[in-house]
Design a binder for this molecule. Structure first.
Ligand SMILES: NC(=O)c1ccc[n+]([C@@H]2O[C@H](COP(=O)([O-])OP(=O)(O)OC[C@H]3O[C@@H](n4cnc5c(N)ncnc54)[C@H](OP(=O)(O)O)[C@@H]3O)[C@@H](O)[C@H]2O)c1
Length: 207
């Protein structure tokens, strides 16, 4: 399992692998989506540097010999299991600027503006986020930023899992991962990679 594919896509959208827990067993009569929030953060908890420079996410400056290697085969297998990405409009615009890393996978951009559709796989959603999630059906959706959008998802209790890829770097300043109310999390898995990135996977505890 992994939450990163450094060579294949810009680090802005490091990916994660849906786990067995992502498969719905609760109420099979009512299809429900599974929402995983995934972000890359520095060790001191920032998800963006003040100038939005991204090289710190690459984590290519040291090797952790005991770490897991991320192979193309594992990445490809993971990509097949993501049904859709959800992102805020700022993250969308940044991704377009960097070179679209989401392939042809369905991507829902949340915005109140009328943005130009750039690809067939991209659609736009305005307004009620709960309605958006309900409309997804039984899908594995990856919420890939930014903080404005995912903090709203968390506030509305729409996130099932949080996957944090922690890069081996201290930024000292930038955009914090989270500023919001308290949520209890249960650790489900963790993986250390050869790059020194550490993937932490949590479920959101709802009781
Ligand atoms: N480290 C990582 O893994 C990672 C990943 C992604 C992004 N980032 C960083 O995150 C930053 C961008 O995040 P951000 O918080 O500024 O922006 P964002 O969440 O990507 O987008 C915010 C925009 O989304 C729309 N939006 C959000 N909630 C909405 C709602 N409830 N209803 C309707 N529209 C809504 C609004 O768009 P309109 O204004 O168009 O209406 C809002 O201005 C960048 O610095 C980027 O580098 C980091």
């Amino acid at each position: 399992m992994f939450c990163q594919r450094r060579q294949q896509v810009p680090a802005l959208v490091h990916q994660g692998t849906p786990t067995a827990n992502c498969e719905h067993t609760a109420d099979m009569a009512t299809p429900i989506p599974h929402i995983t929030l995934h972000m890359v953060a520095s060790l001191d908890g920032f998800i963006a540097s003040p100038d939005n420079e991204l090289s710190w996410m690459e984590a290519s400056w040291a090797v952790y010999e005991k770490g897991t290697e991320l192979t193309d085969a594992v990445v490809a297998e993971f990509l097949q299991r993501v049904d859709c990405y959800i992102m805020g409009s700022h993250t969308y615009e940044l991704a377009l600027e960097l070179g679209w890393p989401y392939g042809d996978t369905r991507t829902i951009v949340v915005t109140s503006r009328r943005l130009a559709a750039t690809r067939d796989s991209v659609e736009f959603h305005a307004g009620d986020l709960t309605a958006l999630v309900r409309g997804l059906g039984q899908q594995n959706a990856w919420l890939v930023g930014g903080p404005t959008l995912y903090q709203e998802f968390l506030r509305l209790d729409l996130v099932d899992e949080v996957c944090l890829s922690m890069a081996p770097v201290l930024l000292g300043e930038g955009t914090p991962f989270y500023r919001g109310g308290r949520h209890k999390l249960g650790l489900k898995d963790m993986t250390a990679y050869r790059s020194g990135m550490i993937e932490l996977l949590y479920e959101v505890i709802r009781h």
